[in-house]
Design a protein around this ligand. Structure first.
Ligand SMILES: [Zn+2]
Length: 256
């Protein structure tokens, strides 16, 4: 139980569905399913490259249909450790252990500028690429969560396997989420049911749908969306920015 905190209209939990990396399979498979069940989600995109306006166009259409388009950085920097060691140097030297706080800030703010240029209501929340929240290594390692907190209403990271976000206690700038790739819909439902006992905010992270890296099947996504729709009297499904706004209002009422 979350003590004095209440979700709107007597609901037992909040659920946010998030999709990373601006992938074509999300537009092809997830978007029509979300429309079918009248569920709005959050899509975290990287407007990299010179042709970013063309890239953002379908996501602008998604925003016009009520979905949230969030910031996932410009160049998606992750740990250097994902790469293979080569004597001639790293395939991509732009990786977190090699970056400074200034580097990551510039990357995030350029993505912010580009998204807002095409989608004025976009880039309100952020998702950490590869769920990683630092730059540097060892003695020089630093969290970039404070930089994210300066610009965004909320931000999504990685979460412990079975614990969703406590609306009164969670860090809105490092929200916990569950990677939902290769999950069955029964697993997704189980996590939501457990979160409802604790009246928490469950956030799921998806990448591809029906093939490609970190994929979920449309069969499992459909099963989960159907469950959410069938239980809409108990479950508040909303984009990350809307749930974060609600939590901030409720925290303010409680003097938190
Ligand atoms: Zn990503």
């Amino acid at each position: 139980m979350s003590g004095p905190f209440k979700w709107p209209e007597g609901k037992k939990l909040a659920v946010s569905l998030t999709f990373d990396d601006g992938l074509p399979s999300q537009l092809k498979f997830a978007a029509p399913l979300l429309e079918k069940f009248n569920i709005r989600a959050t899509f975290y995109v990287n407007p990299r490259g010179e042709d970013y306006k063309s890239f953002l166009k379908p996501w602008k259409d998604m925003a016009d249909r009520g979905h949230e388009i969030g910031n996932h950085t410009l160049t998606h920097p992750c740990s250097c450790n994902f790469q293979v060691y080569r004597r001639e140097g790293l395939q991509n030297p732009r990786c977190l252990e090699n970056m400074s706080l200034e580097d990551i800030k510039a990357d995030i703010l350029e993505a912010h500028r580009r998204i807002r240029e095409v989608i004025p209501e976009g880039s309100r929340t952020f998702a950490y690429p590869c769920y990683q929240t630092y730059v540097g290594r060892g003695k020089t390692k630093k969290s970039y969560v404070p930089i994210v907190a300066e610009t965004f209403l909320a931000a999504r990271g990685w979460g412990e396997p079975v614990c969703a976000n406590s609306p009164l206690l969670c860090d809105l700038h490092e929200l916990w989420s569950w990677p939902a790739h290769r999950m069955s819909y029964e697993e997704m439902i189980g996590l939501a049911v457990k979160s409802s006992y604790e009246e928490r905010w469950a956030i799921y992270t998806f990448h591809n749908v029906n093939g490609g890296y970190l994929s979920v099947s449309d069969y499992d996504l459909t099963g989960f969306l159907k469950f959410l729709k069938d239980h809409e009297d108990e479950i508040w499904v909303a984009p990350v920015c809307e749930v974060a706004e609600y939590i901030l209002e409720e925290r303010a009422k409680l003097g938190l």
